[in-house]
Design a protein around this ligand. Structure first.
Ligand code: UDP
Length: 332
């Protein structure tokens, strides 16, 4: 290892955000150790980096503490992105969601403390639950449904993760930054486990009906992975963020119906838009978030974060169309 080069561990490094982060860190000169069990992470996400001299891939679960210890020993920092994610997966496999997202994170936080690493915990806007505030700031209340509804296991587990990370910071001095991601999207994201944008783009490109759940009037603020990845690194490198939770989300609020229409337009698809009742899409009693709008001002003041990529541009990139914007991830 060359003198001065940082060693970063990325859990979930073969996943959608993790693989983009791994690429970005390698471009910046880091040595990167990816830990992934390839359950939802995919080998092809790292295919372009397979021969990279500063990349090590460790195949295994974050529930395996010995494996994790081996991967984290000697590293400077850990970006903890490994998680069971996707509404369909969470509903189908609540136990996996709870075990991975609680015990896996407990392992990462505890080893980061023991081995002296700086840490970033990827959390989620789901922790705000059904709070439909105009702009959710980091102090906003969490409004969750019944713990017996499996759809809430993800939000519940991530809340525990944040509490763990925060307690390790306040009681033991762990330098940890918690980031709440709001619907991060971009190339390499799979629609298999939920994730509306790649699902609808895939349906549009294949000419299949585009499945919009509920009345389609629920809204989200999609953010582009190319805007988010540099912000993750800038945040963890700023000691003023340690002990904080920081929102990172998009600037444009769009309804899911409007998203489907924009995807149809951008991809010039003939697909019909089909409204699917929540009970058929997920499970009876499913509770959706009607609205989820981030207040990004804390990230703005800490690292100058501004979500730049517009929804139409994100759709073009996900659909594999030439970009209309000159900005690339590497240039930011
Ligand atoms: N959704 C949809 N069609 C799909 C998948 C999802 O209409 O094929 C809706 C989903 O019910 C939610 C929104 O799109 O209202 C965003 O869903 P996603 O699973 O991407 O993320 P969430 O914000 O729910 O975690």
């Amino acid at each position: 290892m060359s003198a001065g080069a940082r060693r970063s561990v990325v859990t979930g490094g073969a996943g959608f955000i993790g693989s983009h982060l791994t690429e970005y860190l390698l471009d910046r000169g880091d040595h990167v150790v990816v830990v992934d069990d390839f359950s939802t992470g995919r080998r092809e996400n790292l295919a372009a980096l397979a021969e990279h001299p500063r990349l090590t891939v460790v195949e295994g679960s974050i529930l395996d503490r010995d494996l994790l210890r081996g991967a984290m020993t000697g590293a400077d920092r850990v970006f903890h992105l490994a998680a069971a994610v996707g509404v369909h997966l969470i509903i189908d496999e609540p136990l996996r969601s709870l075990r991975t997202n609680i015990h896996g994170t407990e392992n990462v936080v505890d080893l980061a403390h023991e081995l002296g690493l700086t840490m970033l915990l990827a959390s989620t806007s789901e922790v705000y639950g059904k709070n439909t505030a105009d702009r959710l700031d980091e102090g906003a209340d969490r409004i969750l449904g019944s713990p017996l509804l499996s759809r809430w296991t993800y939000a519940a587990a991530k809340g525990i993760d944040e509490a763990y990370a925060h307690a390790y910071w306040s009681s033991l001095g762990l330098p940890v930054t918690i980031v709440r991601l709001f619907n991060t999207v971009g190339p390499r994201q799979t629609g298999r486990y939920g994730m509306v944008l790649p699902r609808l783009v895939g349906q549009a490109l294949r000419g299949e009906p585009m499945t919009v759940y509920g009345d389609g009037r629920q809204t989200r603020c999609f953010s582009f992975v190319g805007d988010i990845v540099p912000a993750l690194v800038a945040l963890v490198e700023n000691p003023a963020t340690h002990g904080l939770a920081v929102n990172l989300g998009g600037a444009e609020e769009v309804s899911i119906l409007e998203l489907a229409e924009r995807i149809k337009h951008v991809t010039a698809s003939e697909s019909p838009i089909r409204l699917v009742p929540y009970a058929d899409a997920y499970a009876p009693g499913y509770e959706d978030m009607r609205r989820r709008v981030p207040d990004n001002s804390l990230a703005g003041s800490l690292i100058g974060f501004v979500p730049r990529t517009r929804v139409d541009e994100i759709i073009r990139r996900v659909a594999g169309q030439p970009s209309r914007s000159a900005t690339t991830m590497a240039s930011r």
